[in-house]
Design a binder for this molecule. Structure first.
Ligand code: IMP
Ligand code: MG
Length: 174
């Protein structure tokens, strides 16, 4: 695969500018609170890393890894936790950090799972949202960009574990 297959959808500067806006909104909304950010591995790692450096209040971070699988290669609705949190979230202000909401199946599962652990508050920030692809209703509380129904890679997002390192978010031209 060469770089010729790639078409930039969101350039690094646009991503950074939008992340600053999200960080400002989050800093304002959680002022005086002890915020715990939960990154969803692996795609959200780069987004979370950039986000926390622009948030102006103290935050803690933790990570979860989930996999969705079934007969289809796209999300099946069967979600399994591969790595759980290292701490209890009971009574905490929790913000799930995700790279992209597609069918909504992963986040609706994760949201319900974490809600059952009695956090004080539970919200979701996603960098990208593909609303056209929803199979279950799911509305993130904060969203970086709504994008059309294209498969995107870069800035943490992968295709078969490739391209996560790219600074821009790109479409793979088939
Ligand atoms: P869901 O369909 O909303 O459950 O999305 C589950 C996961 O699929 C996301 O967290 C991503 O890891 C992955 N995914 C969905 N759309 C894309 C894409 O366009 N590029 C890369 N990964 C994607
Ligand atoms: Mg993901």
């Amino acid at each position: 695969m060469t770089e010729e297959n790639l078409e930039i959808m969101l350039a690094a500067e646009d991503i950074e500018r939008r992340i600053c806006e999200l960080a400002d909104a989050i800093s304002e909304d959680y002022k005086g609170k002890q915020l715990l950010l939960i990154g969803v591995l692996k795609g959200a790692v780069i987004f979370l890393s950039d986000l926390i450096r622009h948030i102006k209040i103290p935050v803690e971070i933790d990570f979860m890894a989930v996999s969705s699988y079934g007969a289809d290669t796209t999300s099946s609705g069967v979600v399994r936790i591969q790595k759980d949190l290292e701490q209890s979230i009971t009574g905490k202000d929790v913000l799930i950090v995700e790279d992209i909401v597609d069918t909504g199946l992963t986040l609706s599962y994760l949201y319900d799972n974490l809600a059952n652990r009695s956090p004080q508050t539970l919200k979701v920030v996603t960098l990208l949202d593909k609303p056209d692809r929803r199979k279950v209703e799911f509305n993130p509380d904060y969203c970086g960009f709504e994008i059309p129904d294209r498969f995107v890679i870069g800035y943490g997002l992968d295709f078969n574990e490739n391209y996560r390192y790219l600074p821009d978010i790109c479409v793979l031209k088939q």
